[in-house]
Design a protein around this ligand. Structure first.
Ligand code: NAP
Length: 255
């Protein structure tokens, strides 16, 4: 574990997409740092099992992030259970179906916009009133695809680019209210999403060997570190785990 001494006791976090992959690893890591965590995802059995594993400091709420009423209710339930809210990790995201633009299904494309972009906006919108009172941190899980076009990923690239813009907009409007906002571009990570990408056979990312992906636990470590004051210098940017500078700042590698 990187930066094992991080202490987030007394803080409360919401992690979207906490049923597996990066979201589950992040929820576990935040809880290890002492934070209370609300786990959101559609797979209710998986988030309930993770909440049971974490214990009293975890709350599982079945929630589709593309629904404004569902997100609003999840934030209300979190405040009722834990009394405050300081951290939001906008992690839920999808990449399927991978398709070139001429073959893309318009409804499926829009559904990705609803999850990857509307969802994070809804969550930011819902947490800001509570965070504006006591301050807080919002971490948006971005991607190198925000700034690099890749064949078959028009839905994913455009939503991640827009999410980066949302990070910058939240930073501009909210930094002076004590609400930090930062993105993270993790590189490729060994999760179900990479299985979907590999099975598509489209673009160079699908050709990567599995050993080239980093573990979701490293990303959980990085997100937890981004929640601390030590990472303030990255506010309003996409912190990259692919660069030597980013890895060194996290304490992952020495430069
Ligand atoms: P994953 O293993 O497929 O997990 C995706 C998570 O998002 C699941 O917990 C899923 O839960 C949740 N989710 C999807 N749609 C949702 C919805 N409508 N409402 C609520 N939750 C929803 O993928 P991952 O790799 O951990 O991805 C997590 C984030 O990292 C994504 O934003 C992704 O774009 C980003 N990312 C991943 C990589 C990579 O290489 N893996 C690289 C860069 C960025 P349910 O299905 O249970 O709802």
């Amino acid at each position: 574990m990187l930066n094992p001494d991080i202490d987030l006791s007394g803080q409360c976090a919401i992690v979207t997409g906490a049923s597996r992959g990066i979201g589950a690893a992040t929820a576990r890591r935040l809880a290890k740092a002492g934070a209370k965590v609300t786990l959101l995802a559609r797979s209710s059995n998986d988030i309930k099992a993770l909440a049971d594993e974490i214990g009293d400091n975890a709350l599982a709420i079945c929630c589709d992030v593309s629904s404004w009423p569902a997100i609003k209710q999840a934030v209300e339930k979190t405040l009722k259970r834990f009394g405050s809210l300081n951290i939001l990790v906008n992690n839920a995201g999808v990449i399927d179906p991978v398709a070139r633009i001429e073959n893309a299904d318009p409804a499926a494309w829009s559904q990705v916009v609803d999850i990857n972009l509307q969802g994070p906006f809804y969550a930011v919108r819902a947490v800001l009133p509570a965070m504006a009172e006591n301050g807080g941190v919002i971490v948006n899980v971005s991607s190198g695809a925000a700034t690099n076009a890749l064949e078959g990923w028009s839905h994913y690239c455009t939503t991640k680019a827009a999410l980066f813009s949302l990070t910058q907009c939240v930073h501009k409007e909210c930094a002076d209210q004590g609400v930090r906002c930062v993105g993270i571009s993790p590189g490729t990570v060994a999760t179900d999403m990479q299985t979907v990408i590999k099975e598509s056979g489209v673009n160079p990312v699908s050709q990567l060997d599995w050993s080239q992906h980093i573990s979701p636990q490293i990303v959980g470590d990085a997100i937890t570190w981004l929640c601390t004051d030590a990472a303030r210098t990255y506010d309003g940017t996409d912190f990259s785990l692919k660069t030597a500078e980013g890895r060194a700042a996290l304490g992952w590698v020495k430069v």
